[in-house]
Design a protein around this ligand. Structure first.
Ligand code: HEM
Length: 289
């Protein structure tokens, strides 16, 4: 039996490389902050810098948590599910730090914090997502899974998709100028959710390489159009003019290309895994050795 604080051990109490790697990944942003401590301290607004870092990493780890389900199927690595809870709780730790730093930035004045949250839409959206994540983190223990029952627990945890949407809205709302990174992040999240929706619609646990290729290309197209419409509304220009610029690589690589590259990389892995796991191909490879 493994004690709950022995995060680096699997359920049988053995040291798990996968868990150690996940812990290292979760601690990486913290190590980066320690190394850049002097640079951050001498910046214009150190606390605000830390708020941004904690929020950004919370969103990244939320994405990594959501990637577990599709990736364990694509990489044919069922053990990935072992680290999902650790990633989810790790995400909440960063989001708790994000709020604690906001408290510190408001001089620990609870009245001021409540006033800010209730008077700024982006903070209200963030706070709603925060409460949702807290509810999911609080019900992620084995005891709570037993108490709620598998079906109710799964239904409750499906709220993660709504929470993700709120977190993305919060991210977009607080971004002042360039929305390239938020657009890329939103597309990656939609890729992860679209994978589940398509698998559910096709009544399968694993999408074919062709379906994966098709929806990765479609999502890239939606990203180009969505970004063009967003920029057109914000800057009162024609969306067609923005779309014409997608091949202007001197102005930067648009998020549509970035999400296409990420999608194609996953398609390549899936194709390789399908080929490798095909018994005939493997038998031929072994015979050739
Ligand atoms: C009570 C809850 C929350 C509060 C008070 C809050 C507050 C803030 C503040 C003050 C900023 C910086 C805005 C600026 O400098 O103009 C920010 C940015 C951000 N927040 Fe939150 N937030 C909350 C919840 C969340 C949640 C739940 C998430 C996502 C899981 C999140 C993700 C982010 C991200 C990604 C950024 C931008 C980071 C970057 O610049 O790269 N926040 N938040």
């Amino acid at each position: 039996m493994t004690a709950s604080w022995q995060l680096w051990c699997d359920r049988r109490g053995r040291l798990s490389t996968l868990r150690v790697a996940t812990l290292a990944l979760l601690l990486l942003p913290l190590v980066k902050v320690i190394f850049q401590a002097s640079e951050i301290a001498h910046g214009a607004r150190p606390l605000n810098d830390l708020i941004h870092r904690a929020g950004f990493w919370a969103l990244v780890f939320l994405g990594v948590t959501l990637a577990v389900t599709p990736f364990r199927r694509i990489f044919r690595y069922g053990n990935l599910v072992e680290i999902r809870r650790m990633l989810g709780v790790g995400t909440f730790c960063y989001i708790a730090t994000h709020l604690a730093l906001f408290f510190a930035d408001q001089s620990y004045d609870l009245g001021k914090v409540v006033h800010e949250i209730t008077h700024r839409v982006y903070l209200m959206v963030g706070a709603t997502a925060w409460l949702g994540l807290a509810a999911l983190a609080g019900t992620s223990t084995d005891g709570m899974v037993r108490r709620l029952g598998g079906l109710r627990w799964r239904r409750l945890h499906q709220a993660i998709y709504g929470i993700t949407l709120l977190a993305l809205i919060h991210y977009f709302q607080q971004t002042k100028a360039d929305v390239t990174v938020p657009t890329f992040a939103a597309s990656l999240f939609f890729w992860l959710i679209a994978y589940r929706l398509l698998a559910w619609w096709q009544n399968t646990s694993e999408l074919s390489t062709l379906s994966l290729l098709g929806f990765s290309i479609a999502l890239s197209g939606i990203t180009f159009v969505g970004e063009a419409i967003g920029i057109a509304i914000a800057f009162h220009v024609s969306p067609l003019l923005v779309l014409k610029m997608i091949f202007d690589f001197d102005a930067g690589i648009r998020p549509g290309w970035q999400v296409l590259a990420a999608g194609l990389a996953v398609v390549a892995v899936q194709a390789a895994m399908t080929r490798w796991k095909n018994p005939t191909v493997r038998a031929r490879a072994v015979a050739a050795e």
